[in-house]
Design a protein. Structure first.
Lengths: 497, 97
């Protein structure tokens, strides 16, 4: 078997070979590292490689495989978004302000996957503090879409999505505050899932907007995403918002198919402003397949959709302006320590350390929370959040799950939205409602438009991950559309990477 | 409603952001555009609607008040840009009398 084959496997396939003994965890890691060395100068999915970690973890996985007591992810290569703390591994949230920060502990979600035997390859690129929809806001460099290097991979978890799409990792972790897992999954042609708020512990996640953030997996099959999610879910005493529900319930009945299910198509999502005809055509084709499999497609309405973006861009910046107050040059990261007084220490550190989008959102949030504007903006947005949640509650009385496009557009060319923040924010118009209402959602590949991947989003009611997975899996199986590994050729004139 | 340059300066001071030359105009312009979109919220009558801060019902949980291992002083200070005698070092808060 060639190393190319090893980087195209799913967990299920790899685990089978590992347990047969026909490959080792070290073989699997080596194949991925070689692929990264060959491709990542073009894709730029990774910020840092973690050789010490993968050597230790692969060796341990191989020992357990030999001893016959291998945990479920033994030897599976994983990439971790640069917002999730891993003890001793530089973690910077894509920002200059955290340069050099080596966390003294590991995020619970990551630790659970390590305990399950996963082998960490490296840290993936993202928009600074997960604020963005294209990974162009990374303070290091933009990541490129493996299907077209001149286009963005989506964001903010663009590095994690691109790594899985390019065969540079078998699975990866991202975070989703307004669509940051689902949208890059759609644009890169892989599976990405955001769980119900509270399903996965946020301990060790560098916070952006604490009432919206969730950690979730990227994978090349629904089964893989389901397995990874089940292993990292469940109560964590270190996150008071983590649920006591058993993590394994996300798998309940998820292979049962869609026969007899009612799938709601919100007309406001179906005809959302700016949706590309090719995306719509791919969604229509997906709906046809789901109907053929026995699902009933029902018309539902989310009447406050037009207000979602506005409410989100008060609530998320307000929370971020508070969360990011901790970056002050005192405890970690960048510090203008020669400042004459404390105020200057804070101000100069933050001036140098934060990029444009972070500054924009901190200002917006500070403004929305400031004296005289709180009622008009923050309180108002929280009330509209109630209306948006009620929209979903009413819709789920008429259907079991909601289906739509994940993103109104396919991957767009690098640089086309960076000058107009509002146009970038509109990338998340179909995903951020799920965050405001705390719902689980998955994006699964559903064909292409002009050769670029389109994603089908399935939203479920709170704690209905199994419902999302069930629809996504039935669709994946019936459509025979798989997340295929992309091998980008070098850009003309740039030489081979 | 549009944001003025004075408001940008005020907000940047509150958030200790430190503006560069030209930033006031740049952010006043961009934030005004975003707030222009956000102003649509005012069209909705939300008089009787309760605010939502947290969407999932999670009851407050308290753990038993028992000593447990935690970071050592050295670990807690390992990332400190400047530390002295087991403390984070910052510039003097008060002038010497």
């Amino acid at each position: 078997m060639t190393s190319g084959d090893l980087t195209e496997l799913t967990i299920k396939e790899a685990t089978h070979l590992l347990r047969l003994g026909s490959i080792s965890a070290s073989d699997l890691v080596t194949a991925h590292v070689e692929r990264i060395e060959q491709l990542d100068a073009r894709v730029k999915a990774y910020l840092r490689m973690t050789q010490e970690v993968w050597e230790r973890q692969a060796e341990e996985a191989d020992r357990k495989l030999r001893d016959g007591d291998a945990p479920p992810l033994a030897g599976i290569p994983i990439a971790i978004k640069d917002v999730l703390c891993v003890k001793g591994v530089e973690t910077t949230a894509g920002s200059q302000i955290l340069r050099g920060f080596k966390p003294p502990y590991t995020a619970t979600a990551v630790q659970r996957l390590f305990d399950a035997g996963a082998v960490m390859l490296g840290v993936t690129n993202c928009d600074e503090f997960a604020m963005g929809s294209s990974t162009e806001n990374s303070s290091y460099f933009p990541t490129r879409n493996p299907h077209d290097l001149l286009r963005v991979p989506g964001g903010s978890s663009g590095g994690s999505a691109a790594a899985v799409a390019a065969g540079e990792a078998m699975i990866s972790l991202g975070t989703d505050t307004g669509g940051s897992i689902r949208q890059p999954a759609a644009l890169c042609g892989v599976v990405g899932m955001k769980p119900t708020y509270g399903r996965v512990s946020r301990y060790g996640l560098i916070a952006f907007a604490s009432s919206l953030d969730q950690i979730g997996p990227f994978a090349r099959s629904v089964d893989d995403a389901a397995l990874v999610l089940s292993l990292m879910s469940g109560l964590d005493p270190l996150d008071a918002t983590s649920s006591q529900r058993p993590g394994m319930e996300v798998l309940n009945n998820y292979g049962a198919g869609v026969k007899g299910m009612r799938l709601g198509v919100p007309r406001e999502y179906y005809d959302v402003e700016g949706i590309e005809p090719g995306v719509k055509a791919a969604i229509d084709a997906a709906l046809l397949i789901l109907r053929r499999e026995g699902a009933e497609i029902v018309d539902v309405s989310l009447p406050h959709t037009d207000y979602g973006l506005a409410a989100y861009y008060i609530i998320a910046p307000a929370e971020c302006s508070s969360n990011l107050a901790r970056f002050d040059g005192v405890k970690y990261g960048l510090s203008e320590e020669d400042s004459p007084n404390v105020t200057e220490l804070y101000t100069q550190t933050r001036r140098k350390g934060f990029g444009t989008e972070v500054r924009r959102r901190v200002m917006l949030g500070t403004y929305a929370l400031s004296s005289g504007y709180y009622d008009a903006y923050y309180l108002k947005a929280q009330k509209v959040r109630t209306l948006i949640k009620r929209d979903f509650d009413a819709a789920f009385e008429k259907c079991d799950a909601i289906v739509s496009a994940t993103s109104p557009t396919v991957a767009f060319p690098i640089g086309t939205k960076t000058q107009d923040p509002l146009s970038m924010y509109l990338c998340d118009v179909l995903t951020l409602g799920g965050n405001l209402a705390g719902l689980p959602g998955i994006s699964v590949p559903c064909g292409t438009s002009d050769g670029l991947p389109v994603g089908l989003q399935v939203l479920g009611p709170q704690w209905g991950e199994n419902v999302c997975l069930r629809v996504a899996r039935a669709y994946e199986e019936a459509s025979e559309i798989r997340a295929e590994v992309a091998t980008p050729s070098p850009l003309q004139g740039r030489g081979s990477g | 409603m549009p944001l003025t340059r004075d408001q940008v300066r005020h907000v940047a001071t509150l958030a200790r952001l430190g503006l560069e030359p030209g930033d006031e105009e740049f952010y006043a312009d961009q934030l005004s555009g975003i707030l222009g979109h956000i102003d649509r919220l005012q069209r909705l009558d939300t008089e009787d609607i309760p605010p939502t801060a947290q969407v999932v019902e999670v009851a407050s949980r308290l753990r038993d008040d028992e000593p447990r291992p935690c970071l050592t002083q050295a670990e807690a200070l390992a990332n400190a840009p400047a530390a002295v005698d087991g403390f984070f070092r910052v510039p003097a808060i008060q002038e010497e009398a």
